[in-house]
Design a binder for this molecule. Structure first.
Ligand code: HSE
Length: 424
């Protein structure tokens, strides 16, 4: 696209983000972008914009030669992919906020971009208002990026904040997150970690050139976390966050997952409250950097969509540098994690999976253990996702060296810890 070409937009979807974008565009006349049509599913619904703007016929937008940018903001990931595919093939640039669609179709979307040479931007799809994709693309060289830790789902962070700081019930906190427009239309996607996983899937592509396969990234959400877990976190001077984690290990491979974690109160991630998101990047020489901003909601998400639309004026494209121009990194599950496990019944825990168990408390009030487990074992089993078991990684959870683990295990056995508690 030529520099400062007039952008004629066809927008799909007029929900929380679509309507937000309409408002934001109306307040940004300098952008030189006009909305020609908005494609919607239900044309009889009353909306806060002129009726003639809307159509339920998607072909009107996709086949209009004047529309040079399709902005895809619908809920249904499969329908969104069909729209985006046709838009590419018709030579239109695309801006999307659809994390599920991007995570599920990334290889095809990459191929379509290469085939058609069109721009596809989706900054709003991860961490909404925080410009994290463009920073990972443009700023951080592959070799220098040590780790990324992030809170990427606003709804779960909102629920955890309200539950543990304001003593709201899980149900009421979720209702608030829904009313404020943060939650997905199916909130299980937030609560059970799917939304964070989707975002992490393509962020790993921009950070490390990794294209994770389905099932390759272990994840869970906050569905099993209890106030007892929060109490134990507080005793350890921590809070609980759903953390999306990636770290380059000494063997050069990348450990990545999305799991609840104890976060030290002085850690940057602990500072992220409510629907805010945050990303802590550690790289050589620069040390730690912290990006922080609203991760959900109408206008913050629309602001990122607006920024992508604006970037199209000068023909900006993601180059996927880490994937195409560097040696892409590989994922590994060959490492250990130290984890807290809250449970209601000891029989729900597969104790043989642990290399060592450092703490174990089981009585009327408190039931938890802290132990070290090989990540491959965790990945291959699902007992920790069932029966109200809450797996929460400890702060700084990764242990790379087997020797240290073995040494610890031996010292525990020598101290009679494991036998004394009937664990061996
Ligand atoms: N449901 C998502 C969240 C919306 O809560 O983060 C923003 O992607």
């Amino acid at each position: 696209m030529e520099t400062h070409k007039k952008l004629v937009l066809g927008i799909f979807g007029f929900g929380v983000v679509g309507e937000g974008l309409y408002k934001v565009l109306n307040q940004t006349p300098s952008l030189n972008a006009s909305i020609k049509k908005v494609g919607i599913k239900n044309s009889s619904k009353k909306r806060n914009a002129p009726t003639e703007l809307f159509t339920a016929n998607k072909e009107i937008l996709l086949n209009d030669p004047e529309i040079n940018v399709i902005v895809e903001l619908i809920d249904d990931a499969d329908a969104a992919f069909e729209i985006v595919k046709t838009a590419f093939l018709n030579g239109k640039s695309v801006v999307s906020a659809n994390k599920k669609m991007i995570a599920e179709h990334l290889p095809e979307l990459l191929e379509l971009q290469q085939q058609t040479g069109t721009s596809f931007l989706y900054e709003a799809a991860c961490c909404a208002s925080i410009p994290v994709i463009r920073n990972l693309e443009e700023y951080y060289d592959n070799d220098l990026l040590h780790s990324i830790n992030a809170v990427v789902n606003g709804s779960t962070n909102y629920i955890l904040t309200k539950m543990f700081e304001e003593k709201l019930s899980f149900k009421n906190a979720l209702i608030q997150a829904q009313q404020l427009g943060f939650a997905e239309s199916n909130p299980a996607l937030d609560v059970e970690g799917y939304d964070a996983l989707n975002k992490w899937t393509f962020l790993l592509t921009h950070a490390y050139g990794i294209l994770p396969k389905k099932g390759e990234i272990s994840f869970t959400g906050i569905q099993s976390i209890t106030s007892e877990d929060a109490l134990q976190a507080a005793k350890k001077d921590c809070v609980i966050k759903l953390v999306a984690y990636a770290k380059k290990l000494n063997n050069g491979k990348v450990a990545a997952f999305v799991l609840p974690q104890f976060v030290k109160k002085e850690d940057q991630l602990a500072f992220i409250k409510n629907e805010y998101n945050g990303v802590v990047i550690e790289s050589s020489f620069a040390d730690k950097q912290f990006f922080y901003g609203k991760g959900a909601g109408s206008l913050p998400t629309a602001s990122a969509v607006l920024s992508d639309i604006s970037a199209l004026r000068y023909g900006y494209k993601y180059e996927y540098k880490k994937l195409y121009h560097h040696q892409p990194n590989e994922l590994t599950n060959d490492f250990y994690v130290k984890t807290y496990i809250g449970f209601t019944d000891w029989s729900h825990i597969r104790k043989d999976d642990f290399e060592s168990i450092e703490e174990w408390h089981s009585n009327e009030q408190i039931n938890y253990l802290v132990g070290i487990i090989h990540f491959k074992k965790l990945q291959e089993s699902d007992w920790w996702k069932k029966n109200n078991v809450s797996l929460i990684l400890t702060a700084d959870p990764i242990i790379e060296s087997l020797d240290i683990v073995k040494l610890k295990k031996r010292s525990l056995v020598l101290a009679g810890f494991s036998g004394g508690h009937g664990l061996s």
